[in-house]
Design a protein around this ligand. Structure first.
Ligand SMILES: [Fe+2]
Length: 292
């Protein structure tokens, strides 16, 4: 028998690869069980399975390592490419969904995103969030309700949004006033809150790093449809963090971070008597705190 024929050929070793994954699992089974061990075991099994299915080559493996290395070089206190990767793969939204299940009728939760600031100013009812007066005027009239339909008074309603160019104030501190288009309001006894602002514009996730280039190379897009972020906190209720999206935005069906849900679509309709103004009516429905 020709001994060379018994050697596995390149790309012909899926059974050997599966044996390594099995060996890894056996090693984990011999140490103290842990959630970390379980997660790593699942990850190794999935990675080995993918490598076997696509017959991953050494060159492709090196490309993966180069991608991960570059992502690390784009992660610091101002830029977090790893979070961007989790966002672009839909993992951030999945984890948020699993952590904050909502019953039918309650406003769904979403990720907060990177532009939230806890130190936004407290504003009176009817205040204008726009500090530079730039953009298409928008009036927002909202109600905070419980799952039973009862108004929730005294709720803290935090709002933040991009401007008419799709930029948040903390992205361009030299071009926008401090705390532009963000603020904290309180709902009244009927659960009502209202404020003035400007129409937000959608924006794209950063494309100048390895994650953006990966998404572009896949032929996918980095767009996020126009939206306003809300966070509502009220005693006896679960905190709600969500977005309200402009239903008319062309990118509404391809949000880069998979945050759009049917319940979060709203009409930013022309305001009566205003030539270029818009009006948004919305309800934010909280659910009671879960026991235990
Ligand atoms: Fe946003």
């Amino acid at each position: 028998m020709d001994g060379r024929q018994q050697q596995p050929q390149p790309g012909e070793g899926p059974s050997a690869q599966r044996a390594i994954a099995s060996d890894f699992a056996d090693r984990l089974n011999r140490v103290a069980p842990s959630r970390l061990g379980d997660a790593v075991g699942q990850l190794v099994a999935a990675l080995h399975d993918i490598a076997a299915k696509i017959a991953l080559t050494p060159e492709e493996m090196r490309a993966v390592v180069a991608f991960l290395t570059e992502a690390g070089h784009h992660a610091d206190s101002r830029r977090q490419e790893w979070v961007l990767l989790a966002d672009a793969l839909g993992l951030s939204s999945l984890v948020e969904d699993m952590a904050t299940p909502r019953p039918e009728g309650a406003t769904p939760n979403t990720v907060a995103g990177p532009f939230y600031r806890a130190d936004a100013p407290d504003l009176p009812a009817g205040a204008n969030l726009s500090r530079d007066g730039r953009g298409v005027p928008l009036a927002v009239r909202g109600r905070v309700l419980g799952l039973n339909g009862a108004p929730v008074g005294g709720a803290l309603v935090e709002v933040w949004q991009a401007n008419g160019e799709g930029r948040y104030e903390n992205q361009e501190p030299d071009r926008q006033p401090e705390h532009n288009l963000r603020g904290r309001l309180r709902s009244d006894a009927q659960g009502r809150f209202n404020f003035r602002s400007v129409m937000p514009k959608g924006y794209a996730l950063p494309s100048d790093g390895p994650v953006g280039r990966l998404i572009a190379r896949l032929g996918l897009c980095l767009e996020r449809p126009a939206h306003i972020h809300f966070r509502v906190s009220a005693e006896g209720h679960e905190r709600l963090t969500t977005h309200i999206f402009d239903r008319a935005d062309p990118a509404i069906g391809r949000d880069a971070i998979f945050g759009v849900k049917p319940e979060l679509l709203a009409d930013f309709r022309p305001a009566e008597g205003a030539a270029d103004g818009r009006l948004l009516d919305l309800k934010l429905v909280l659910c009671p705190l879960r026991q235990g």
